[in-house]
Design a binder for this molecule. Structure first.
Ligand SMILES: [Zn+2]
Length: 392
């Protein structure tokens, strides 16, 4: 993912590209590497930003007249990076000049829709009611308090969120483990006291890139887990190609009943099952990467989850949390909803929380052999899990 240097959130954010998420593994996300000046990327740069506002998802239009669309909760996003990415694409012409403009524009139904078709669009469109923003790179932490304070009840800026509830997690990403020290730890401990703080994370192990030595990653992961448990905080975990060590450390340090979100899960289905079996309050994070043909693991995990849910006497709900991990991993099934992109079908330059319904639609299709869940039902299941996991 991107690395943001400190900057005022109302001003363009200087970005330093770094392949720090699962994104670059997947063809659908390679275009987001800013140094690659491919034809596709040039085409993406030319996409008018109005396209990013997205049309209503079809599932919302199909609901009965007295049904409100399900609430959309993005349980893992990187808001500052996403806004910084947007500003780097659209620069001074950008319609959203602050991070709050961006959230209102991308996450809430546009006023023009309401005026154009008040009877349908106003109630037939998803709203992003909550997001969990993740701060995991210490170099970008200058802005966290300004953003979090603006979301607190009673803040004069509360209305700037347009009705979207902002929550956050903080922790040191495994790539950044080598930068973990007493000062950084003190910053996290301070942030954990904030009324909008809901989790310690994302923390974990990443042996795909190995930007920090493995022993350093393990030591920092273990330390942060111990602190999170001592503070009774839910935990957000990043794990990639480090199954054995992640599982061993988690089982050694985290009590079984802890609330855990394994975000953007792409490792083996057997690993997911072992974690789900051991930790009854653990959830599997599903991003747009589930839609990519280069990733089959996540769909297989969904099928196993759906199968076990239907075979259970108690009818367990799907143990998933929908997330974007924005600005990466735009769901690939979004493009048929955007005919204005034309026959050349250029890719969108970024992903944002408003895209969650397309990921839910894909999940609905993947599990249909085992569970009949509409897109709306998938969104509601994830929202209920988010309420349990993060109290959002
Ligand atoms: Zn992330």
């Amino acid at each position: 993912m991107l690395r943001c240097r400190p900057a005022l959130v109302s001003l363009p954010v200087r970005l330093i590209a770094r392949p720090c998420s699962t994104a670059s593994k997947y063809a659908g996300a390679r275009k987001f590497q800013p140094m690659a000046k491919s034809k596709k990327q040039k085409a993406a740069n030319a996409i008018p930003e109005s396209v990013l506002s997205l049309p209503a998802h079809a599932s919302a239009l199909e609901l009965a007249a007295d049904q409100e669309p399900a609430p959309v909760i993005d349980t893992h996003t990187h808001l500052l990076s996403t806004y910084g990415w947007y500003k780097s694409k659209y620069k001074d012409d950008a319609a959203c000049q602050t991070i709050w403009d961006f959230v209102r524009t991308m996450c809430m139904p546009p006023a023009s829709d309401v005026e154009a078709d008040a009877a349908k669009q106003r109630t037939r469109r998803h709203k992003v009611t909550s997001m969990v923003d993740v701060w995991c790179e210490p170099a970008s932490w200058l802005n966290w308090r300004e953003i979090a304070d603006s979301a607190v009840e009673g803040s004069p800026q509360k209305a700037d969120w347009g009705g979207c509830e902002y929550w956050f997690a903080m922790g040191v990403h495994p790539h950044e483990a080598k930068h973990y020290d007493d000062k950084v730890e003190g910053q996290i401990l301070e942030a954990m006291k904030h009324p909008r703080s809901v989790s310690w994370g994302e923390i974990g192990l990443d042996y795909h890139y190995s930007f920090s030595e493995h022993d350093v990653q393990q030591r920092v992961f273990r330390r942060q887990l111990q602190l999170a448990v001592s503070l009774e905080k839910p935990i957000t975990i990043h794990t990639r190609e480090a199954e054995e060590d992640t599982e061993r450390i988690m089982k050694e340090v985290i009590p079984r009943d802890w609330k855990i979100h394994i975000h953007c899960f792409t490792d083996s289905p057997d690993f997911a099952e072992r974690l789900l079996d051991h930790f009854p309050n653990l959830y599997i994070g599903i991003t747009g990467v589930v839609t990519y043909t280069s990733n089959l693991n996540t769909s297989e995990i969904l099928r196993r989850l759906a199968k076990s849910a239907t075979s259970s006497e108690t009818g367990k709900p799907l143990r998933i949390l929908l997330e974007t991990d924005a600005p990466y991993m735009t769901p690939s099934n979004i493009y048929p909803s955007l005919p204005e992109l034309g026959a050349k079908n250029p890719r969108l330059p970024l992903c944002h929380p408003g895209m969650i319904p397309w990921t839910a639609e894909f999940v609905s299709n993947v599990v249909k052999d085992f569970q009949s869940l509409s897109t709306d039902a998938v969104l509601r299941a994830s929202a209920a899990n988010a309420a349990h996991m993060y109290s959002v």
